[in-house]
Write a protein that binds this ligand. Structure first.
Ligand code: ZN
Length: 145
């Protein structure tokens, strides 16, 4: 995965270092679950920036995953969990990318007792009810989608 992300304290004079986070999945999941994440040692909330390989650079405003995680038994009877995320990104360069928010849909399968995280490299195929559930969550935060 070549999409990069990083935390940035809104206080430009802050000298604190961001905490280590295991990976994009854990960061997005924590952000979706905890409105007080990620917090800088100076007590401000970090801004999260995402840098896509295709050129878009912007601030992560909110992210969501389904209220009920779809899951099933796959080959070898392993449990598969499906985490399709909705990530709302505010483009840094509005001249280039428009004034609209961008909706990013990264997804992972979390497999077996070891919770192996498999990142989805290609376009996803979403159940309509799951997509509507994500839209409802974003609308509750005030997005006119
Ligand atoms: Zn800080």
């Amino acid at each position: 995965m070549s999409t990069e992300w990083f935390f940035k304290c809104p206080d430009k004079l802050c000298k604190e270092y961001p905490p280590p986070i295991a990976g994009m999945f854990d960061m997005l999941k924590e952000k979706a679950e905890n409105s007080d994440f990620p917090k800088c040692n100076c007590s401000r909330l970090y801004d999260i920036f995402i840098n896509f390989e295709f050129g878009l650079y912007g601030k992560l405003l909110h992210c969501f995953y389904p209220s009920t995680i779809p899951n099933w038994r796959g080959r070898y009877n392993q449990k598969w969990e499906y985490y399709p995320f909705l990530v709302i990104v505010d483009p840094d360069d509005k001249e280039l990318w428009s004034k609209n928010y961008y909706l990013w849909f990264p997804y992972w399968h979390v497999v077996g007792t070891k919770k192996l995280k498999k990142y989805g490299q290609w376009a996803q195929c979403l159940d309509t009810d799951v997509f509507v559930d994500l839209l409802r969550q974003a609308r509750e935060k005030g997005y006119k989608l």
